[in-house]
Design a protein. Structure first.
Length: 184
């Protein structure tokens, strides 16, 4: 099935999503890579200047440029999600995030957390950073830029019809990656 959704995604829609469904997302996403995940796992929602519960979490280290005082997204392709496996369950539960976007999948720990929190993991095509940038309509804010640098900072982005995303891990415990095997 193909879904065009607006964030935050209602729980009844999340429950309808299954592995291999296609998503196009409109709303607010925030980026977080390794260093941002480490910082976030030590924080409470009240410590943040943004509300992740209304957003999707995008594993991305965007390339930005500043023009006339505004940030412009040059490229915003996904980064490998498995690097965040050790902290993703904490972020899902603590910050009430229900959609993660990334590439290359996540493991059993995240799969359990997706089921527990009623959330999904969607894959964005790797190597399509320019395509992603075309669907980002605005950079709303950036956090920890000075401390973490451009790719590791948390960027809050407005997106329109962001995708195509493939539901790769659903809230029912199914994973596209569970059935993949690599032969020598």
């Amino acid at each position: 099935m193909e879904y065009h959704v607006t964030l935050p995604i209602p729980s009844d829609i999340i429950k309808k999503l299954h592995v291999n469904d296609i998503l196009y997302v409109t709303g607010t996403v925030f980026t977080a890579r390794d260093q941002a995940h480490e910082r976030l796992r030590r924080m409470k929602p009240s410590d943040l200047l943004f509300d992740p519960s209304h957003m999707a979490l995008y594993h991305c280290g965007p390339l930005m440029k500043k023009e006339d005082g505004n940030w412009i997204v040059v490229s915003a392709g996904p980064t490998t999600s498995s690097r965040m496996e050790t902290t993703e369950d904490i972020l899902l539960e603590r910050f009430d995030v229900h959609l993660i976007i990334g590439k290359a999948g996540m493991g059993k720990r995240t799969a359990k957390a997706l089921q527990k929190t009623g959330s999904v993991y969607a894959a964005f095509p790797g190597g399509a950073g320019a395509l992603a940038a075309e669907h980002i309509t605005k950079v709303s804010s950036v956090f920890w830029l000075e401390e973490l640098g451009m790719p590791e900072a948390v960027w809050v982005l407005e997106v329109k019809e962001f995708g195509p995303l493939v539901v790769a891990m659903d809230s029912h415990g199914n994973s596209l990656y569970e059935h993949l095997s690599i032969s020598p």
